[in-house]
Design a protein. Sequence first.
Length: 128
Amino acid sequence: MQDDFRREGERMLRIAHRDLKTVKAMLDVGGFDELSWGFHLQQATEKAFKAWISSLEKEYPYSHDLALLRRLIDSFGGDTSRFACLDQLSPFAAQLRYSDEPEPLHLDRSHWNQICASLLDHVGSLLV
C-alpha cells in the first residue's frame, strides 16, 4: 500500500476510534439524546469506510452517505456485506441532526456500538 493512502487510512481510523469512544460513553439513554449518540456513531462508521477506501488505495468522496461509501468499497474489491446494516445510520448525518422533534428510533445502543467496533477492527486489520 502506498504511504499516502496508508497515512490517510490510519488518520481516518484514529478519528473513527475517537467517535466510537464517545458513543460507548453514551449508553445511558436517559443521559444522552439518541440523535447525539447516532450522529457520533454515523461519524465513526463514515470515517471507518473512508479509511477502508484509503486502504484500497483509492480516493474517497466528500459524502456522508454510508450506502454510497460501501458501494464504492465493494466496487474497489472489498466486501462490506456484513456491515450493510450500518447504512441505516446515514440519516443521523444530516436529516435527523437538524430535526427539532424527531421520532425516537429506540435503537439498541450496545448492539450498534458493537457492530461499529467490529467494523473498526476489520478496517484496522487492513491497514497493517
